[in-house]
Write a protein that binds this ligand. Sequence first.
Ligand SMILES: Cc1cc2nc3c(=O)[nH]c(=O)nc-3n(C[C@H](O)[C@H](O)[C@H](O)COP(=O)(O)OP(=O)(O)OC[C@H]3O[C@@H](n4cnc5c(N)ncnc54)[C@H](O)[C@@H]3O)c2cc1C
Ligand code: SF4
Length: 497
Amino acid sequence: MLNRAKIHDCVIIVGSGAGGASLAWRLASLGRKVLLLEQGGFLRPPRRAGKVGRFILEVHGERAKPLHYVGGQTKFYGAALYRFRESDFKAVEHENGVSPAWPLSYADLEPYYVEAESLYRVHGAESGDPFEPPRTSPYPFPPIEHSKVVETMVARLARRGVPTAAIPRGIDRQTGGSCVLCADCDAHFCSADAKMDAEIAALRPALATGRVELRTHTEAVQVLTEEGGRRVMGVRVRRDGVEEVLYGDRVVVCAGLPGTAQLLRRSANSQHPTGLGDGGALGKYLAGHSTGMLFPIVGLTRTAAAHTKSFAIQQWYEGAPDWPYPTGVIQMAGQMPFWEEVTGPMRHIAYALGTRSLTAFHMTEALPTAQSGLIFEGNEIIGREEPVHNLATFRRLRRLGLKAFSRAGYPTVARKRPPYLWHDVGTARMGHDPATSVVDPDLQVHGVSGLYVVDASVLPSAGAVNTGLTIIALAFRLGDHIAGAASASPDRMVAAA
Ligand SMILES: Cc1cc2nc3c(=O)[nH]c(=O)nc-3n(C[C@H](O)[C@H](O)[C@H](O)COP(=O)(O)OP(=O)(O)OC[C@H]3O[C@@H](n4cnc5c(N)ncnc54)[C@H](O)[C@@H]3O)c2cc1C
Ligand code: SF4
């Protein structure tokens, strides 16, 4: 059965993650009506006595599956909300290639970063990070406090000449806020609704305006274009096995990775036979962070539960002693029962290590290429071609971290394994050239007027800091563009909210 519905004067958004929910809020606060389609439902695992966070595997099962929930991946993210550094927008030489220049500069996004930090209640400080970009306003809230075990670590690192910086965190920790700084945050769902994820920070206030209609369990199966294929005319959706066509002349795809590239591919037409906006770049130019883990051991007995995601070592971001290339960051994580992913006898070792150490990530930029990305068979994704990992740099940063923690008095274990790809971006990247990008700098799909994309897939590169705040800032910028607003104006936005 196929229903048809005309959506009047309404922007249709596909996907309610960082990009989609933030855009919905921005448009609604500018007076525009929004229809937000989300394939998943609300995530509401029951709270266990005394425990705020619930680990990703416990709630979700197999991690490789996409996180189809209202709020998308942010329901489990660590809420480390960084601005990209100024250099991340420029062409930068790395060990194995060049990180591409963006068609935007840091200055173009700065006003939107200000508003993104405000909506997502970012707690941070400029000190300790030599690469913190220039700001037109301070962080909305001071940094979160360190737990005792972390405070000791930070002091010992400082005595050894290793400065640390606060991780900017989007959590409800200001006076009267509901965050209790529990031990479980990174990779956990927060049942106190204190994590500023896309649902809590952006979608709730968006729905409160009365201008946003949210349809959950509704999958967009195809973006529809007018005859000739050059203008969007709506979306075909499926809910409970029933298909419906929703007509609208502004559609924004925010289905994340790999959802956006897949949906654009499924929506091929005569003008775009291999997918909307595909001049050869759709599904390609995958980039992200080459990530590894360090475990500084803090004692011989089990560590007490504590919030540990409060500092990072940023000083080698653009290079290190005897190393000419950007190395990236070392960032503390929350306490995660990662041993639950380990099978066999190694599980006991992982458990012993995990409960006696803190967990830190080290992240180095992985570079996009014309080959890296999704491998399709028809419209199905059957694999992934990795971006270029700068492996010698990745190992160099791991060694720098090992040395820093060890010299500070913490024997440190690091698994020598290939990097994980985290915080992946690309596959519908922005650029001027339709042969090497999918959307233009205004985020409109090349050759299809009225169709836009904003989510992780439009980022041309990932830098080496977390990508969420940049996705949110881009969504705000796109909201202004669609609504015809002249520029970001914090006063107007606060008043509208
Ligand atoms: C464990 C974990 C920790 C992280 N920690 C951080 C962190 O601390 N800081 C940070 O900046 N980033 C972090 N990230 C990464 C960050 O969460 C993501 O980069 C970001 O949330 C991606 O946002 P997005 O807009 O691309 O959409 P996504 O989160 O990918 O959401 C896309 C949404 O679209 C929906 N969708 C997909 N296809 C369709 C369709 N056809 N029809 C309808 N709906 C559809 C999905 O269900 C989903 O809700 C973390 C990620 C994970 C998994
Ligand atoms: S630290 Fe705060 S935001 Fe994070 S899970 Fe705990 S209560 Fe929620």
